[in-house]
Write a protein that binds this ligand. Structure first.
Ligand SMILES: C[S@@+](CC[C@H](N)C(=O)[O-])C[C@H]1O[C@@H](n2cnc3c(N)ncnc32)[C@H](O)[C@@H]1O
Length: 443
């Protein structure tokens, strides 16, 4: 329940945060961090809830507003759109009486730089309350508006997944569960489940991923027993499944080429304590710092390098690796349920440039692979141009690259769909995020 005493200021703070995402393209996490930095900590849960709700439903809210306004939604100031989106989320959420939400939205507009538009906010929301039944039927009858997708996203998913695109929109419109990876150097999953039980936290083990478990309800990481000591980490099930195509063994020299924030670096260090080398490279110094923190928390070791993985001449020397993980920068369309702001921040023109970068990374890293070694390519996205089609083009131009068929990945837990090169996990399958994996061997 949203605490009533904190809501008036929380609404204004939330509107400013959502407007920043729309205007500046910052992430939801960055907008929240900025918004909460100077705020009373008591408002934080309400601001988080309002921001997530407004961002998750933003394109549905735009569709509603387009039926109520005489001018295009895009002509409204970002802050006015944000005030309206927060209010429409509150009306959908139905925790507060409808007219109280409208009054509060008008008050929130008046207390911000959107004051001049408070009359419009009032008129639009009151008209919505009068016409709501008919408008909601229209919105619900179209999967694109029902699941709050921008048109470009719906078009892209329809093109690549003509049978499943509406299912993918629906899966992206849910709240992701909280998956944990148990540090198998410290304890078994069964033992950790007992610790959770003792702490009053409900959870169950994944069916066929021995180190994964999912919480009944998301919780603050600090409430997790042993989190600070690295006994457990937060990581989606699909991300954890990188362990299977990698098939690490003692003595392997491993390169994690796009490593930050280090979720998979830590997983590799935990899963195979006998690695001869583990080198984690990332271009972004701030994100690389998070790799360091993640490793330190689990008392795990790796060599960290702030460098451009697409230009190894400057940093790799004559090093060769038995395993290379290329967890490539991608459009991230498989993790929208976890990061709803992706819908607001990504644009088709940016997505279309990604395969060039991904191909550059693949071509640059391939020569670092020892003959007989394995490169695992991973993305958290669903577009064929960044997954199957990219790899098909790479293999066609690389004489010594051979596919390790997805059916041959030892231990793979059975979900996802194999194609001729790799395997796609769709969002929601087995409760996991959308991911793509392929394993290539250098002959
Ligand atoms: C999908 S994220 C990696 C997630 C990470 N593997 C994990 O599991 O926590 C992609 C990363 O690639 C990094 N990156 C992008 N271009 C790069 C480049 N040319 N060289 C190295 N890292 C790059 C980004 O900074 C980002 O941290």
């Amino acid at each position: 329940m949203i605490p009533a005493a904190t809501t008036p200021v929380a609404r204004s703070i939330s509107a400013y945060a959502v407007a920043r995402i729309l205007r500046e393209g910052v992430t939801l996490d960055q907008a929240l961090a900025g918004a909460l930095a100077a705020a009373n900590p008591a408002v934080a849960p309400t601001v988080r809830s309002l921001c997530y709700g407004a961002v998750r439903g933003y394109y549905r809210h735009e569709a509603i507003l387009s039926r109520l306004l005489s001018q295009p939604v895009g002509s409204l100031d970002y802050l006015v759109r944000a005030v309206l989106s927060v209010a429409l989320f509150e009306l959908e959420d139905a925790r507060s009486p409808q007219y109280a939400v409208v009054d509060a939205a008008v008050a929130s507009a008046k207390s911000t730089d959107a004051a001049r538009a408070s009359g419009l906010v009032n008129a639009v929301l009151r008209r919505y309350l009068r016409e709501r039944a008919a408008i909601d039927i229209q919105i619900a009858s179209n999967p694109v508006t029902r699941h709050a997708a921008p048109i470009w996203l719906a078009d892209r998913l329809r093109a690549d997944w003509p049978v499943r695109w509406t299912q993918l929109l629906a899966a992206s419109d849910t709240q992701a569960p909280m998956w944990l990876r148990v540090n198998s150097r410290r304890s078994s999953t069964a033992d950790y489940l007992l610790r959770l039980q003792a702490a009053g936290i409900g959870a169950r083990a994944a069916e066929r991923v021995p180190f994964a478990l999912v919480l009944d309800q998301p919780c603050d990481v600090q409430a997790l027993p042993g989190f600070g000591q690295g006994d457990v980490s937060v990581q989606d099930l699909a991300a954890q499944c990188v362990a299977f195509p990698l098939a690490l063994q003692s003595g392997h020299r491993v390169l994690d080429a796009c490593a930050a924030p280090g979720g998979k670096t830590a997983l590799m260090a935990e899963r195979e304590p006998g690695l001869a080398r583990l080198v984690a490279v990332d271009l972004d110094p701030k994100r690389l710092e998070r790799v360091r923190e993640n490793l330190r928390r689990g008392d795990l070791g790796a060599e960290l390098l702030c460098a451009d993985a697409s230009d190894p001449a400057g940093w790799s020397g004559d090093a060769r690796f038995d395993r290379i993980l290329l967890d490539a920068p991608c459009s991230a369309l498989g993790v929208i349920r976890r990061h709803p702001d992706i819908r607001l921040r990504k644009a088709p023109a940016v997505i279309d440039k990604l395969p060039q970068l991904q191909m550059r990374l693949l071509r640059a890293l391939w020569p670092l692979l020892e003959p007989g070694g394995r490169l695992v390519y991973a993305t958290c996205t669903l577009t064929r141009s960044e997954n199957h089609d990219l790899l098909a083009a790479f293999i066609a131009g690389t004489a010594d690259a051979a596919v390790i068929p997805a059916e041959n990945w030892a231990g793979w837990p059975g979900f996802g769909q194999a194609d001729a090169i790799g395997r796609q996990v769709l969002p929601g399958e087995a409760g996991a995020d959308g991911f793509y994996y392929a394993a290539l061997e250098r002959q």
